[in-house]
Write a protein that binds this ligand. Structure first.
Ligand code: BGC
Length: 427
């Protein structure tokens, strides 16, 4: 039951600007709310009010002994209009980062996490190749504004999830339903990542820093055929894997554009990540060209299968493509009552501890409950509970468990009995 973390393995937490900061910044999620598209009607302008309460959150993180923090910055806040830079926002984020570092918390900075300024969105956003330059200008600004204090970056969070939800399922802004557009967006985001990778490295090198680490946060899941003996199920599983993740993964990692992504003549073959960044949540069980969930499997409050072994199965695939240290940049679960989160964390950390892969970091998603995109405030993923009315933060049992694991560098039998044994999943 008990296990130790491997040497050089440490724990952090993750978040994204739009999900915690609050505020009307003129971005596509503010807009989506005003169009009445958030299921429970909650407003991202409220969220966790983290833009004002960031010191309190950093203090709490330090009290909880968290060692690494993956945080995002809001493009629309920094560039509220085309060509305009809000210096106050840059100062704000620098203050926050320096404060975290002062508390011994290392920072991994996400540049793009699903959210676009409306001025960019109204030009067609990532559907237009000619718009790539706006994103790269922003990357340049970020590298120049934070390059002296931040060494580690995520260029783009989950291009596949963004492209699929926004352009194929049409549930996220701008709400389109076109497979062709989703593929164009993935192609353009791949180009964005590779060019951003180069910009960040070059900028920091010109500042005299050679320890830069850049990657993109890759949302990967296992696609297993519902019936492994059924040829149609097997073909669909392979195709979905290709469309949703493996084509984009190979393209963004090596510059080798894989069908259905379209080759770009400016991009050469190379190695475009310094660490493998994995966001892992669940597995899809496939019996057709759509998302399916295994029957009789344990599921979280959003109906996602809980499948810890999948994390290592995905990591093995990515490591085969390019051998780099692995950070789990997101893993967590929607558990509104905090009834099984400790077990979930335990089981995922256990498969990591038992694997031979060089997984060196684990960032739990999420630090605090937050604005869960289309689900709004009603889906809770945090180690810390948020009372949205009062903005009161309360560490959950799973949050206590997390701190205890950090203190003990693993899970002792006592910890297991106290936090894990007492919890069960449901179907
Ligand atoms: C995203 C997060 C999101 C989480 C849980 C990930 O795909 O990066 O922003 O909150 O999943 O749904």
């Amino acid at each position: 039951m008990d296990f130790d973390f491997k040497e050089q393995f440490s724990l952090g937490v993750a978040s994204a600007a739009t999900q915690i900061e609050g505020g009307e910044c003129g971005h596509n999620w503010n807009d989506w709310y005003h169009k009445g598209m958030i299921k429970d009607g909650s407003n991202p302008a409220r969220a966790n009010d983290h833009y004002n309460l960031w010191r309190q959150d950093a203090d709490l993180m330090a009290d909880m002994k968290i060692e690494h923090y993956r945080l995002g910055i809001e493009w629309a806040r920094i560039c509220p209009e085309e060509g305009k830079v809000n210096e106050d926002a840059i100062t704000h984020y620098r203050d926050e980062i320096l404060y975290l570092m002062d508390k011994g918390i290392s920072v991994l900075l996400t540049i793009h996490h699903f959210t676009n300024p409306m001025w960019f969105e109204s030009k067609g956003g990532f559907t237009k190749k000619e718009n790539i330059k706006y994103f790269l200008d922003f990357v340049d600004l970020v590298a120049n504004s934070f390059g002296d204090i931040v060494a580690e970056y995520i260029t783009i969070n989950e291009p596949n999830v963004y492209a699929t939800n926004s352009f194929y399922f049409g549930e996220w802004p701008p709400g389109e339903k076109s497979l062709t557009k989703a593929i164009i967006v993935m192609t353009n985001m791949a180009i964005c990542h590779i060019k951003a990778y180069q910009i960040i490295h070059n900028t920091r090198q010109s500042m005299g820093f050679y320890d830069t680490k850049v990657s993109f946060a890759n949302h990967v899941r296992v696609f297993d055929p519902k019936n492994p003996k059924n040829l149609y199920h097997r073909i669909c599983a392979k195709l979905l894997d290709r469309f949703f993740q493996s084509a984009a993964t190979e393209t963004m990692t090596t510059g080798n554009f894989k069908w259905p992504l379209k080759r770009d003549k400016d991009i050469g073959l190379g190695e475009y990540l310094d660490f493998i960044a994995i966001n892992y949540y669940t597995r899809s069980t496939v019996s057709g060209f759509g998302d399916g969930t295994k029957q009789d499997a344990y599921k979280n409050d959003l109906g996602w299968e809980i499948y810890p072994e999948g994390l290592v199965r995905c990591a093995e695939e990515l490591y085969k493509l390019l051998e780099r240290p692995i950070y789990i940049t997101e893993n967590g679960t929607c558990d509104n009552e905090d009834k099984f989160r400790s077990r979930y964390i335990y089981e995922h950390l256990k498969v990591i501890a038992e694997s031979n892969l060089p997984i060196t970091r684990y960032y739990h998603w999420c630090f605090c409950d937050n604005f869960e995109w289309i689900e709004g405030e009603s889906s809770r993923f945090g180690l810390v509970h948020i009372d949205y009315e009062t903005q009161k933060r309360t560490v959950k049992r799973s949050g206590e468990f997390y701190t205890r694991m950090i203190e003990e560098n693993g899970v002792t039998e006592e910890l297991y009995d106290e936090y894990v044994k007492v919890q069960d999943y449901h179907y």
